[in-house]
Design a protein around this ligand. Sequence first.
Ligand code: GDP
Ligand code: MG
Length: 424
Amino acid sequence: MLTAISGINWGDEGKGRMVDLLSENYDIVCRYQGGNNAGHTVINDLGEFILNLLPSGILREDVVNVMGSGMVIDIEHLSKEVANLKKSGVKISPENLKISNRAIITMPYHVMQDCLEEERLADAKYGSTRRGIAPVYGDKYLKKGIRMGDLFHKEALKKRLEGIVEWKNLTLKGVYDAKPVTVDEMYDWLMKFGEQFLPFVTDTGLFLTEALKQNKKVMFEAQLGALRDIDFGIYPFTSSSPTIAAYGPIGAGIPGKRLDLSIGIMKAYSTCVGEGPFTCEMFGDEAEELRQAGGEYGAATGRPRRVGPFDVVASKYGVMVQGSDCLAITKMDVLSYLDKIPVCVAYEVNGERVDYFPYGEELEIAKPIIEYVDGWKCDINKCRTVEDLPKAAYDYVKYIEKAVGCPIKYISVGAAREDYIEVK
Ligand code: GDP
Ligand code: MG
């Protein structure tokens, strides 16, 4: 059984929260792309955690977690993340964490390059998390990456590093006039932070293939949402890897397997961290009120998130590219303060109403068409069944469901594990 949990919007939909909840019935949780630009917040009886690299299944003792070959891993960051979780009593060992030998290592020079480029771009910046993600994926495709499995072959690694560092310094010095890095520094860094993970590094494709033969249930956890996918998102304001569900098996190391279930996670309203077109964006007091109500500050960076009403056009597109079989709607409780809830039902482009998600310049000039639906004006955090919900809240769910054309199976009414409704 292969299930994907993916984001329908711009990210931060609450994927980590839903993986934490739904992984109860799974044996394995696998991250298949991205790096520590992700920020998944999970609140359960163990406490509150922000996971950047580790799959959200790490908080369940009987779940095995896989960091797949599609990921980029900053081993210094991972070592801190693991140490922090261990301090909170979370058990992490080669038994419950498997790291792909093919996953690429995010090197210190990638982080440097990311920062240097954002500085150079100044006002035209991409809004990068400055964690080296674009440079490391760029190098992967230029075939200048170092992989986790390379840590086993020290002689060969050093030799390869010599060539790569020489090449990278051409960019650091020549393009940015920055201090070059040395082979020794980079090698020492790899040893300092890498060696501890050697017992965790394995062929995760083989591991998952064997697990599936034994009928184990596997869940894929996406980082970021559909609109940040490198191919289908708002390029170039995307992430640098595929965030879509279909990539799950590939980024996990089992490219020939098919998904059995694709669950899309979408928020009851919209948020977007970083730059790029965000048609439904709200400004001023209205925006500030929603940002405060939802606590919309980035988990990875602390940046205030841009906010807006639920966007039917973008979400319908998200559902399509994710191939969602069903959906979870999160943060419904946040909208409880509103008398009337705005919804972006379509866009206007050059004076015409459009219902499809536009491309390029059309998207840049698109304006939101807003309709209002009734609010419910009461706390819904303790609702556990559809019958507990005020009518207006359930009507809102049904309205969104119809608008995006995909059944909503879960309604999240709070950040804690048990704050949800399963629609039967
Ligand atoms: P992810 O990147 O998709 O995992 O999402 P984030 O963790 O970055 O952002 C989602 C935020 O919303 C986190 O702080 C969660 O704790 C919180 N959250 C998730 N679901 C709900 C919900 O239903 N209600 C409320 N109030 N908060 C939620
Ligand atoms: Mg996040």
